[in-house]
Ligand binder design. Sequence first.
Ligand SMILES: Cc1cc2nc3c(=O)[nH]c(=O)nc-3n(C[C@H](O)[C@H](O)[C@H](O)COP(=O)(O)OP(=O)(O)OC[C@H]3O[C@@H](n4cnc5c(N)ncnc54)[C@H](O)[C@@H]3O)c2cc1C
Length: 422
Amino acid sequence: MSSARWKTRYDVLVIGNGLAGCSAALFAAQKGFSVGIVGTGSQLPLSSGVFDLLGKLPGAKTISEDPWKALGELVARFPEHPYTKAGVKATRDAFDAYAALLNEEGVACGMEAANRKVLTSVGTAKLTYLIPEVMEKGIAPMARREKTLIVGLKGLKGFEAKQVAESARRFWPELSAVEIAPEGLGRPGDLYPEALARELDLPVYRKKLAEAILPHLDGHKAVGLPSILGMEKSKETVAHLEELLGVPCFEIPGMPPTAAGVRLREAMDRAFSRYEVASFVGGRVKKIERNDSGYTAVSFLRGEDTEISGDRLILATGRFMGGGLVGDRLKISEPLLGLSVTQPRSREEWHSCDLYDPKGHKLNLAGIEVDEAMRPVNGNGEPVCENLFAVGSILAHQDWKREKCGAGISLATAMKAIMSLS
Ligand SMILES: Cc1cc2nc3c(=O)[nH]c(=O)nc-3n(C[C@H](O)[C@H](O)[C@H](O)COP(=O)(O)OP(=O)(O)OC[C@H]3O[C@@H](n4cnc5c(N)ncnc54)[C@H](O)[C@@H]3O)c2cc1C
């Protein structure tokens, strides 16, 4: 490990440790820059574990099966969209690089040319792009409508096997559900996915789980389970369960908390160690100062205000939930650097009268305006500063939830910012 690792001045300083900040930090480190990343507890553990590229064009009602074709159309028709600024090449490079990083950290994921459908814990079929191997195994049984057993665990938060099977029955009629209470698995009281997943890293607990499922197998061709299938050994956990049950087993992505989200955060932490990214976690950055040689951020870390500096700054602080953008009765602001935020002219225009307006709400398109190098720009379209970049969901002109491109925007814009670094 380099002795420079815990210095407090870096070639690149990243603020915010969600998907955009983590990937920007790792892409920069892979290019040989020294990198520091500062963030509050990341929201990565809230992630379902799958990574969307593009599900819908802005304003469209119909789903796009072919995300690359849709991306080409988006780039041609929506010049202000962050995907257009990042471009198709950076987007492809970003997905390839991120999948390779995850693979290196033991969270192997598969992607094909098209979007694919996975069954979710609310019983919907979600179209997505990069899918962890432990979830991929559910795709074929769903496509073939095979007789499949959804297994729930008594006391487990956030997963009701019956609800999954009943809601999904319109597109997967051959699903049935069972709720089991395996003896000796999980601690007394409520069960939590993260704790169960850590138990299932051990073969002895997999046997207990399989023993409780076996009496219900009854001709089912596959078994779907909540996101609990191992933490550091998810691949081994699935393989062992398949051996014990004799049918393919798969994890169902769901609402937080899930083991998949925690796995992702831990994979990022391991990658930070591998690529010598200095990660400062916990303290909210209170202030950022610009000086002759770059930027200095002040964050409350390990009981004191700590200064961390970078020659270049990447802002990846997300939207309202994480505090990257804030709103009051009059306007939306960016609190750290006071960057100009593209937004509707008045608060009355934030939301459409129709809550379910297929076009979405203008508020969701508010954010930071950037150029093609991902540098925030002023009202004249000029970069505010040569060495300042903004990436991820903080950017304007995208509605990631509606367009089903949350992970993709983060990865593509992070990659484009790093490609632009000199
Ligand atoms: C519940 C949930 C489910 C999701 N599911 C999917 C999915 O299935 N597929 C998909 O593709 N995408 C999904 N996403 C979206 C995706 O995971 C990311 O939210 C999205 O890519 C945006 O990432 P980001 O890094 O830009 O922002 P964020 O994830 O919001 O990260 C920004 C981080 O910066 C931190 N921060 C802000 N201000 C400061 C400060 N002053 N100092 C220090 N840190 C600060 C915040 O606390 C936060 O951790 C989901 C998101 C959520 C919340």
